[in-house]
Design a protein around this ligand. Structure first.
Ligand code: APR
Length: 249
């Protein structure tokens, strides 16, 4: 560990020690150390697909079976991975701060919950769930390959993954709770996100404008870096536990 990194880790730990309310925004990077690929790979593709083909309402309208199978594969892939020490460190912070802690994630993989985080605001939906296009019923179907698109058991309508795609709105109650936590916190952690997708990335300036100290945990500098008081650049599976250990947790 470099001296520079050591100083930043010490500063981050001091900030957290003085805080009673902590809010966190995580993204794909927090799951990278579990072996889950991040979104913005250099070839512009997401597991071999163009994002507009598999993560937009128009892509789904064009080829629902392709999109359905893409999410089948994502479920199967996520079923094979486990949380990493970064997820564990965030669960330890929740146990420490109790009701003063809020974790909002852009991830749909459910790894925070498996690591023990109890209250997770899933801004972009959940891979385990399907939603009926007819009656809107949401069902947890686990991480199984669901085969060809089944019909809704309640109304016979067509199903879709319960994921927030590009050009869609986030669930307003979930986003509202995340915004409230960002506005009220003493320290805001940005973990493993390129901070380019809104409104999730907008939580960072909300926290900052309301007086929070911002700590960034990313592999490299990102669009969040200009808001960050401290940046810890490296794998969050290493950097988060390092800071959390300094708190004696
Ligand atoms: N540790 C910490 N950070 C990491 C690691 C790691 N091991 N590996 C990668 N990162 C960082 C990268 O530096 C990058 O800043 O994680 C970030 C991943 O960025 P994206 O791939 O853009 O993921 P994310 O910000 O979560 O994307 C936001 O876009 O595609 C949509 O809806 C999807 O929720 C997703 C949203």
């Amino acid at each position: 560990m470099s001296d520079e990194f050591d100083d930043a880790a010490g500063e981050a730990a001091d900030m957290l020690r003085g805080a009673t309310r902590v809010a966190v925004l995580t993204g794909a990077g927090v799951s990278a150390d579990s072996g889950v690929p991040t979104f913005r790979a250099s070839d512009g593709l997401w597991e071999g697909h163009r994002i507009e083909d598999v993560a937009t309402p128009s892509g789904f309208a064009r080829d629902p079976d392709l999109v359905w199978e893409f999410y089948n594969q994502r479920r199967v892939n996520i079923a094979k991975v486990t949380p990493n020490p970064g997820h564990d460190a965030l669960a330890a912070l929740e146990r420490h701060y109790g009701d003063g802690f809020t974790l909002a994630t852009q991830n749909v993989d459910g790894l925070h919950q498996i690591a023990g985080s109890q209250r997770v605001l899933e801004l972009h939906g959940c891979l385990r769930q399907t939603r009926c296009l007819g009656c809107e019923a949401v069902e947890d179907r686990g991480l199984n390959h669901l085969g060809a698109r089944p019909l809704c058991p309640a109304c016979g309508g067509r199903l879709r993954p319960n994921i927030v795609w590009f050009h869609e709105s986030l669930p307003p109650d979930v986003l509202g709770a995340a915004e409230d936590a960002a506005a009220a916190c003493d320290v805001f952690l940005v973990v493993g996100t390129s901070a380019v997708v809104f409104p999730a990335a907008g939580l960072i300036p909300v926290a900052r404008a309301n007086g929070a100290t911002v700590i960034e945990f990313n592999l490299t500098r990102t669009d969040a870096s200009s808001y960050a008081d401290v940046g810890l650049y490296g794998r969050s599976g290493d950097t988060l536990p390092l800071v959390v250990r300094r708190l004696g947790l």
